[in-house]
Design a protein around this ligand. Structure first.
Ligand code: LMR
Length: 398
């Protein structure tokens, strides 16, 4: 049977990870996959995670099954982290949360729920969006379409064009939005723009599906959840997929949550029953290790404080690197304006060079980024910023 299968190329981001690892050049710079790195280029286990994990290993008495909706304490803590303390939708019993294997699992589970409720739904994603959104959502059977988003001229959002496109959608169309730290562009909506999107979504009866993979890495844990908190207070229904990969550094532990806001508590119970059945049919039960670490961190005051400080340090490093990169680029390529990089948020920016220039950065300078010129800002280091800026100047001049 399998002899009929064709060899296909690796996913662009994962392929880049492998190519970087295989490159023996000591000057190599990894601006590819979206993982946080410190100034030594490492992705360390957070101290708060290490402490919680040690306690977990010492105290855990069983490895028996947890259940398809995951770790209840984790789900409760994630609701508070995502919605904030005392959010009216949570208080009204309108929110149902299930743990998922990473933000990816949450996205897929959300798509499956939408498909179960309305099989002909179309999900509208931004142009561009994270490449893996397409198979994660589309393989559920839902159709995907695009709306304009990134403005390459300004490095910001083409807000007018985005709103004009959303205005034309039929009622019940699903709109995938990035809560903060837009992947791959780093261009986020302002709070006023979110309020305008909310009014449109209400008027057109659309269903927002918000992906929050970087809570705390943009403006802060509360500010990054602004849209989710606003929308869930004002809308009858909302779907949110949340990842703990980046803000807890739990990448390989596959830790995430799906939160569905419903019109009332009765509808919420039906939603939860469907989510549990869907999860059971896909992965049966999510892995507990990362979720129990997060639960411990969020529920123990000292650990939570230590994690909040580590999160702030990650955010501050990224913001500092954005400003330093702009400064170096201004010195090396004064003819080109890269100031948009300092205005964007989160791990990523679109560098704005051509695919051919991206390939030359890789071949001639061992600097790795995806072909669309997305760079992971956290992959930069004090010692290679100037090297990256010089290489950019050479590639742009050629
Ligand atoms: C990324 O966008 O690089 C990360 O979210 C990692 C991934 O799985 O693609």
């Amino acid at each position: 049977m399998f002899e009929k299968l064709e060899l296909i190329s690796a996913d662009a981001i994962l392929g880049l990870m492998a190519a970087f690892r295989a490159d023996p050049d000591p000057r190599k710079v990894d601006l590819g996959v979206g993982v946080f790195r410190d100034d030594r280029g490492e992705t360390p286990v957070l101290a708060s995670v290490r402490t919680a994990e040690q306690a977990l290993v010492a105290e855990q008495t069983t490895k028996t099954y947890v259940g398809p909706s995951g770790n209840p304490g984790f789900n409760q803590q994630m609701e508070q982290l995502v919605f904030g303390a005392g959010h009216p939708a949570v208080k009204a019993g309108r929110v149902r949360t299930v743990q998922a294997p990473g933000g990816c699992g949450a996205l897929r589970l959300g798509a499956e729920l939408i498909r179960a409720a309305a099989p002909d739904s179309v999900v509208h994603v931004s142009t561009p969006t994270w490449a893996n959104h397409v198979p994660l959502l589309g393989n559920s059977g839902l159709k995907l379409e695009r709306y304009p988003y990134f403005d390459a001229q300004t490095g910001g959002v083409q807000f007018g064009a985005m709103m004009a496109a959303l205005e034309k959608l039929p009622p019940r169309a699903v709109v995938l939005l990035h809560a903060s730290c837009h992947n791959p562009t780093g261009a986020d909506l302002s709070q006023d723009e979110w309020r305008a999107v909310l009014e449109l979504v209400k008027r057109r009866s659309l269903l927002p599906f918000i992906d929050m993979a970087y809570q705390g890495l943009g403006e802060g844990a509360d500010a990054d959840a602004f849209a989710i908190r606003l929308f869930s207070a004002e809308l009858p229904e909302l779907v949110c997929a949340v990842s703990c990969s980046k803000n807890f550094g739990l990448y390989r532990e596959r830790t995430g949550s799906l939160h569905v806001i419903n019109e009332g508590a009765k509808a919420a119970d039906a939603t939860l029953s469907q989510l549990v059945r869907l999860a059971r049919g896909m992965w049966s039960m999510p892995p507990d290790h990362g979720a129990e670490i997060v639960r411990r961190i969020l529920s123990e005051a000292a650990l939570r404080e230590s994690w909040a400080r580590e999160l702030e340090a990650m955010r501050t490093r990224i913001t500092g690197l954005r400003h330093e990169l702009v400064r170096q680029l201004r010195a090396q390529c004064p003819q080109r304006d890269f100031s948009f990089i300092a205005r964007q948020r989160g791990m990523f920016s679109f560098f704005g060079i051509t695919t051919e220039q991206v390939r030359r950065m890789r071949a001639e300078h061992h600097i790795y980024m995806t072909d669309d010129s997305r760079i992971n800002i956290a992959g930069l280091r004090a010692e290679n910023l100037e090297y990256v800026a010089r290489a950019t100047a050479q590639v742009l001049a050629a």
